[in-house]
Design a protein around this ligand. Structure first.
Ligand code: FAD
Ligand code: NDP
Length: 513
């Protein structure tokens, strides 16, 4: 019965768009929806829209990097972002695990272990190619038309593109979703583009990266530096101002301290001024320390720019459509509509929203449902959980301590915190110095939890479930009355008893009391 009901509902939803089209008279446009950009947000939106009977076409085109790197359909996450990054993160954690295995009694030789960079890159790229292939098959099966070209506006309803044969074609769309994402920035200094690479190149880089200068201390810089270190290379991170701007300061400093303990070098308050190639092929980087104006230089094998990303608006000819922008991004309202009502934007290209894959995907899906299935549900950009994939990962959801204090005032914020000792760290005697977590809560009322922060193993897996709880109105009382799963590190959230205000020592005495 339930199956029948669901079936009927699905069939009804599939009829929605053709019926609406019929009711509104003749077909005025070639497509109900054209999506510019086949990455996380664009593909999610396109695939959802066809579920409701919409005629959908999706453009995806990758302009090669200055170093010549290019990739297939699927956007940043699949090709040069989350997926290859997570695989390299895993590769680096496995190197650490080999040493731990010896302490656990495995009869393996952990001396002088070295990764084979080329083999790792090949494995990662093979996986990506299989995802590209599955994506194309999926689009074909779902009947989303896919065009591997750069699309741009001629007017608010007309998109132009060049075919592989070089012919110029135009098509019209009732609705357009711009989901073109962004690409890494390069600093405006001599040698930057010619000699440096970015995250767009590193995951398919044929050469051993060797001693690497990573410029930038955001997500990309820290994650790349960490997997390179774990793989045995010697990264240095150049920090312009502070590490992980926008995150909880205590957690960010703890993360930097954890990286330093693992041997990653930091050049603080430093900016690069030029890069040149030496006769021996290595790269000489000149830089300035901005706090004391001293100049310096150092030689590296690879320079990786991780200084943020630029929205890909330049090729879109947005002026022809009348779409308003700010700082290389598109301005949208709460319905993801741009300044032109039938043109929408989702994902990284939106001004002032988190640049994360699940954000792009959910926003894309919800938009398709509103456009073609009569839904009213809006994307909620608040309390989005996120993880920095460093060897001890840092994951968080909700407010930082600073944000809570700024919003409510210091007297209205209670911070519960504690260090902890993961059971599995004891035998290999791993450092527990940076295993720390905190819950930022309201002082009064039901002590609603405003933010959760965790640094330790598999932080992303730990915080994901707590993110749902926080969105459901989690309170301190509920958290502390939740029975933990022992022995896990996630259970530490249920054991938080010390407030910062109390001044008590947050270091644990034992694991099980
Ligand atoms: P994209 O995925 O960038 O897709 C846009 C697509 O449109 C691209 O293929 C682009 O080439 C194409 N395009 C551009 N202009 C045009 C045009 N005019 N016509 C046709 N096609 C066009 N997020 C996470 O949640 N977790 C992570 O662990 C994570 N790790 C990351 C690691 C790195 C190194 C990077 C760089 C990013 C990471 N991100 C992560 C962020 C995540 O990748 C992005 O938020 C996400 O990919 C954004 O999706 P999107 O659809 O907005 O854009
Ligand atoms: P960010 O904007 O997060 O960080 C850029 C870094 O580069 C900052 O430290 C910034 O310093 C520095 N910087 C900027 N300009 C210069 C310059 N001219 N010279 C030297 N340093 C400079 O960008 P990322 O590229 O790291 O990440 C982009 C986005 O991708 C993130 O916001 C995130 O949403 C997404 N992402 C998500 C990941 C995840 O979920 N795990 C992983 C990777 C990326 P300053 O603070 O002084 O401005």
């Amino acid at each position: 019965m339930l199956l029948l009901k669901n079936l009927k509902q699905t069939q009804l939803q599939r009829c929605w768009q053709p019926l609406a089209r019929f009711a509104s008279g003749q077909r005025k446009f070639d497509y109900d929806l054209v999506v510019l950009g086949g990455g996380s947000g664009g593909l999610a939106c396109a695939k959802e829209a066809v579920e409701y009977g919409a005629r959908v076409l999706c453009f995806d085109y990758v302009t090669p990097t200055p170093a010549g790197t290019k990739w297939g359909v699927g956007g940043t996450c699949v090709n040069v972002g989350c997926i290859p990054k997570k695989l390299m993160h895993q590769a680096s954690l496995l190197g650490e695990a080999v040493h731990e295995a010896v302490a656990y009694g495995w009869n393996v030789n952990d001396r002088d272990i070295k990764p084979n960079w080329q083999k790792l890159v090949k494995s990662v790229q093979n996986h990506i190619k299989s995802v590209n292939w599955v994506t194309r098959v999926d689009l074909r099966d779902k009947q989303v038309e896919y065009v591997n070209s750069l699309g741009y506006f001629v007017d608010a309803h007309t998109i132009e593109y060049k075919t592989k044969q070089g012919a110029t074609k135009q098509l019209t769309a009732q609705n357009v979703v711009v989901a073109v994402g962004g690409r890494p920035r390069y600093p405006d200094i001599p040698g930057a583009k010619e000699l440096g690479i970015t995250s767009d190149d590193i995951f398919s880089y044929e050469k051993d990266p060797g001693q690497t200068l990573v410029v930038g201390a955001g997500y990309v810089g820290l994650e790349c530096a960490c997997f390179l270190k774990g793989l045995g290379y010697e990264p240095t991170v150049m920090v312009r101002s502070i590490v992980l701007r926008g995150f909880d300061r205590q957690m960010s400093e703890l993360l930097a301290a954890m990286m330093t303990e693992r041997g990653i070098k930091f050049l603080h308050t430093t900016i690069p001024t030029a890069v040149e190639r030496l006769p021996n092929g290595r790269l000489l980087v000149n830089f300035t320390n901005t706090s004391n104006q001293t100049k310096g230089s150092e030689v590296y094998d690879t320079v990786l720019w991780a200084i943020g990303r630029k929205g890909l608006i330049d090729d879109l000819n947005l002026a022809a459509a009348g779409v308003q922008t700010r700082n290389d991004k598109i301005i949208v309202d709460g319905t993801e509509a741009t300044s032109v009502p039938h043109i929408y934007a989702v994902g990284d290209i939106i001004y002032g929203r988190p640049e994360l894959t699940p954000v792009a995907i959910l926003a894309g899906r919800l938009l398709a449902r509103r456009l073609f299935a009569g839904s009213k549900q809006l994307m909620d950009y608040r309390d989005v959980a996120t993880t920095v994939f460093t060897p001890l990962e840092y994951s968080c959801v909700g407010m930082s301590e600073e944000q809570a204090i700024e919003t409510l005032g210091p007297e209205n914020v209670e911070v519960f915190h504690g260090y902890y000792k993961p059971t599995e760290f004891f035998i290999p005697q791993k450092s527990v110095r940076h295993c720390y977590l905190k819950a930022v809560a309201e002082v009064g009322g039901e002590q609603k939890i405003l933010g959760l922060h965790y640094m330790g193993p598999v932080a992303g897996e730990v915080i994901q479930g707590f993110a749902a709880a926080l969105k459901s109105g989690l309170t301190v009382n509920t958290l502390l009355n939740t029975v933990g799963i022992h022995p896990t590190t996630a259970e530490e959230f249920t054991r938080l008893s010390i407030t910062k205000r109390s001044g008590r020592d947050p270091t644990p005495a034992s694991c099980c009391s």
